[in-house]
Design a protein around this ligand. Structure first.
Ligand SMILES: [Zn+2]
Length: 186
């Protein structure tokens, strides 16, 4: 069924953009260079085939198959390719769609939105602003307060549990007394 989808995505050149930018050629701001880039060889080694397919070839994992769909631990979801923090667990909700869904992101600029006209639909594609990894899509049927639904592939994410605290939380040997208001718990 889905075989034909793959064929026309295997283009090595830049994706065809339908967007006319109205500016003199050469000054068009298409975000096709990302701050971080990785070679396909490296990513093939480092990522699972599904992670590679989703992030680099704009694939979609099967619904209810991703490892984070029903994941409820507290922590941070990062880009699986470059490690950029994208979503927090407290913004995750159960959308019933079969993919991890979030109603908000950590920083607006951490995700780049692009029009996606594939499959005869107009959707908004979400990509990592650091490395351009495909993440999923954004819909407007999410819960309040944002009304947004970031529908993200588990394969694009790497979960970092909250309770893995960085070491050295207790600085020692500080000169001068620290004020008594500092709490030693947490
Ligand atoms: Zn990334």
């Amino acid at each position: 069924m889905s075989g034909f989808n793959l064929l026309h995505l295997v283009t090595k050149s830049q994706p065809v953009k339908l967007k006319a930018c109205g500016l003199p050629s050469g000054t068009c701001h298409t975000k096709k260079t990302w701050p971080k880039s990785f070679s396909p060889e490296e990513l093939r080694k480092r990522l699972t085939p599904m992670q590679y397919h989703v992030t680099q070839e704009k694939g979609t994992e099967s619904a209810f198959r991703g490892e984070y769909t029903d994941h409820k631990e507290e922590g941070t979801y990062r880009c699986v390719v470059c490690g950029a923090p994208l979503f927090m667990s407290d913004k995750k909700f159960d959308s019933g769609s079969g993919w991890p869904s979030f109603f908000d992101l950590i920083k607006e600029e951490s995700i780049t939105l692009t029009d996606d006209f594939s499959y005869g639909m107009h959707r908004v594609e979400t990509s990592c602003s650091q490395c351009g990894a495909h993440l999923g899509h954004l819909f407007d049927d999410g819960p309040q307060p944002t009304g947004k639904r970031f529908c993200i592939n588990s394969a694009s994410l790497n979960f970092q549990p909250k309770n893995v605290a960085p070491e050295g939380a207790e600085p020692s040997g500080a000169t001068g007394q620290s004020s008594s208001s500092s709490k030693s718990e947490l």
